[in-house]
Design a binder for this molecule. Sequence first.
Ligand code: MG
Length: 310
Amino acid sequence: MRTTPENLLAADASLEKVATGAQWAEGPVWIPAREAVRFSDIPGNRILEYREATGALEVYAADAEFTNGRALDRDGAVIQCSHGRRAVERDTGTAANAVPAVSTLVDSYNGRRLNSPNDVVVKSDGTIWFSDPSYGIQKDTEGHPGREEYGDRYVFRFDPASGELTPAVIDVEVPNGLAFSPDESILYVSDTSLGTPAMDGGPRLHGHGIHAYDVVQGRFARNGRTFAEVGPGVPDGFRVDVHGNLWSSAKDGVQVFSPTGERILRIPVPETVSNVCFGGNDGATLYLTASTSLYRIRTAVTDAAAALRP
Ligand code: MG
């Protein structure tokens, strides 16, 4: 079924604020066995969970080294970004009563520390693609101040089977959110730099838009071009649904773009949206982290990446 603006949301959909009290909420992921949305309170340096069955907001981990974006891997473990450890990590604490069990997957490139991994997506072949801007080494409220050791800000592809880390996208000024199209032939990368979305005449795409790349041989990102301009504010995290529509964060709410880059829906939100995820037992509830709070709205779609997991 082709989606239209009229059938992206459930017929009775309305935005609901379900939790608040974070300093800055980001990095949501739905964890099925816990029936919970796990997300980061980055300046609060803690990981929170909203339990859907009880409506309770619980502290999953404190002193959490400034985690940010999350995704599930092929085994259902949480892959998370840590500003504080400048690492991408794996947390197997996903069973109903589990506690954190975190191991480092990757924290350096050619012997130099990563900047501060921000957001992550897991491809159906098990490889982990993540953005590495510098927000988590700029000020002590989001990590530990430090310098860019490899001298740039890339999207990397990490293969946990081989341990190989390779730059996948090197021409986005400030890479941030990322996701694949449903057939994984396109990689979308948001750019949270403040310029105008355009080629600047040099090798670098820049500006607060979302860029699209062709995924070649399952491992290279080529032919970067601007997919959509997002405003007001910047596009931070986003997800792609099974029909290929892209659900992006923005300053004024959630903005949904069709596979051709046309903005087809705006969902106004009273706080600045940082990231979104699909969740709920049927996968059709969109949860969104926005400034201090967690919101949700019922949709008529589910996540493309979830459809590819075993
Ligand atoms: Mg982000």
